[in-house]
Design a protein. Structure first.
Length: 304
């Protein structure tokens, strides 16, 4: 670690008090971006593409973000009034998913699937019990060296940002090469047929929470950028310049804000949603090119 980064980190740790300080050393950890941050922080594990597709379909079958067998927080499909789900719909959508998997396997290289889940290394920080929620994403490269990422929408029952940031049903693309556009032309019609389905979050106790589940996607020049865009389209991630000025000094907020404004460049906020658990990272770049900041955790308190 450079001397200048070390000194800034030491100051940050003093100012942040109860907040958790983070350090990302670019010399050892590579380019700073959302994907490398999530890997470094322990949100990412490798899985199989078959299991990813199975889990996406399970969400539809359950009608909930995760299995309710051992944690009942919402009525089952059989208990819901007016629920239209049936075996015919399930079979039809399974066919679309099989076609989608075939297109991916035939047209993409370096195909990988990842599970994104909460930081299980620090479960003692939760005040309430939470279901074992996770979502898989799939990413692969095209023959013209672009990258495609597909991700399911992720509910946010912790913050209020879901009122502002809506999921995107069309694959977004930063690249307009013929190969990438042809691939999108094959995949988008299947995603259109996989129409959004209403999924129940915490519903008992008057919460009445639902969200629209569908598969979002993005194409970009790099793997990290494709994942970042897809997760934003899926409303799992919000990224924005950090320009908020604190009007009070609770938890040294004013001092922290002043320090980051004066000492760090490219201040950015990363907000990650895992349905009933949320993580917020406020970071900036040091003169030496490293990234430091603070992170906080929030959780939904279920009182049915």
């Amino acid at each position: 670690m450079s001397t200048s980064t070390e000194q800034l980190l030491a100051t940050l740790e003093v100012i942040s008090n109860s907040r958790r300080a983070i350090l990302f050393e670019t010399a050892n950890q590579g380019e700073f971006n959302l994907w490398n941050l999530m890997i470094t922080e322990g949100f990412v594990t490798l899985t199989d593409i078959e299991l990813a597709f199975e889990h996406w379909q399970n969400i539809e079958q359950w009608g909930t973000p995760t299995d309710t067998t051992n944690y009942e927080y919402a009525p089952s499909r059989s208990e819901r009034k007016g629920d239209s789900w049936n075996d015919e719909i399930a079979s039809e959508r399974k066919g679309y998913y099989q076609q989608l998997q075939h297109i991916i396997s035939q047209n993409l290289q370096n195909v990988q699937a990842y599970n994104l889940s909460i930081l299980k290394s620090v479960p003692e920080t939760f005040e309430w019990d939470h279901p074992d929620f996770y979502v898989p994403i799939i990413v692969g490269s095209t023959s013209d060296n672009n990258w495609l990422c597909l991700a399911p929408t992720v509910p946010d029952q912790v913050s209020y940002r879901n009122e502002k940031y809506k999921s995107v049903t069309k694959i977004t693309s930063e690249e307009h090469s013929e190969t990438s556009q042809n691939l999108i032309a094959q995949i988008q019609p299947l995603l259109d047929k996989l129409t959004p389905i209403s999924i129940y979050g915490y519903y008992y106790g008057g919460y009445n929470y639902t969200y629209q589940h569908h598969i979002a996607g993005a194409v970009a020049k790099s793997k990290a950028k494709a994942i970042e865009l897809a997760l934003q389209n899926a409303t799992m991630v919000m990224i924005q310049p950090l320009t908020v000025e604190y009007v009070n000094d609770a938890h040294n907020s004013r001092k922290l804000n002043q320090f980051m404004n004066e000492c760090l460049n490219h201040r950015t906020l990363y907000d990650l949603s895992f349905w009933d658990i949320g993580y917020t990272y406020k970071v900036g770049q040091t003169p030496a090119g490293d990234w430091i900041g603070v992170w906080s955790q929030s959780e939904f308190e279920y009182n049915p």
